[in-house]
Write a protein that binds this ligand. Structure first.
Ligand SMILES: N[C@@H](CCC(=O)N[C@@H](CS)C(=O)NCC(=O)O)C(=O)O
Length: 203
């Protein structure tokens, strides 16, 4: 088994944080995104979408998509229950994971990819106006998140879940995207600080 990892890129980090929370160690190989190694013939044969992370199993099966990879490990190692327990909680975790992915991680990535000079060979063409268009959407979603987090330690359940992982990674990715978490968003700030203090956040 081998995990194709991507340094500081946010999606591979989601898998690393998940594995750290589970206490699972997987052999990994770094794909140098800066050198566009994800576009090499060798890696394209593994993932034709030329994106990391990717997981190759001993029988040659390949899994891509961060959450699919997390689900694979979750099925093999159900505890801690990072996808939730029971019908309602599992659905809530799914709901918040998707909301954080679609309304925070994705738009933050669009800002980074479309405005950062280092991304010009990866995001072709860069569309600075699309970066700008995403900024108010991020601000609106963070306000909603702040209201949701009143009296809540974690976003989806009364324990840490994969939705918190997507939230942590998205909030951390705001820094290289040159976005700030507004100081007035006290609940988001508190949540971010708590998630950042967990040992898995170093993954
Ligand atoms: N939906 C995929 C997204 C994967 C993705 O976009 N990975 C980025 C790194 S965070 C990547 O490989 N980018 C390379 C490129 O755009 O050329 C997932 O959840 O894993």
């Amino acid at each position: 088994m081998k995990l194709y990892d991507g340094g500081r890129a946010p999606n591979p980090r989601r898998v690393r944080v998940f594995l750290a929370e589970k206490g699972i160690t997987v052999p990994a190989e770094q794909v140098d995104l800066g050198a566009l190694k994800q576009k090499s013939a060798e890696f394209t044969a593994i993932n034709p979408l030329q994106r990391v992370p990717a997981l190759i199993l001993d029988d040659g099966s390949v899994l891509t998509e961060s959450i699919a990879i997390c689900r694979y490990f979750d099925a093999l190692h159900p505890e801690p229950a990072l996808f939730g327990r029971g019908a309602l909680e599992t659905a809530r975790v799914e709901m918040w994971q998707r909301r954080l992915e679609l309304h925070l991680l994705f738009p933050v990535a669009q800002v980074f990819r479309n405005q950062h000079p280092a991304m010009k060979d990866m995001e072709v063409p860069q569309v600075p106006a699309w970066a700008e268009a995403n900024k108010p959407r991020i601000a609106d979603f963070l306000s909603l998140l702040d209201r949701e987090l009143v009296n809540r330690q974690f976003i989806a359940a009364d324990h840490y879940t994969v939705a918190d992982i997507t939230g942590l990674v998205a909030l951390d990715f705001m820094k290289p995207a040159k976005l700030n978490i507004d100081e007035s968003l006290a609940n988001v700030q508190r949540w971010h600080a708590e998630l950042s203090a967990r040992p898995s956040a170093a993954a």
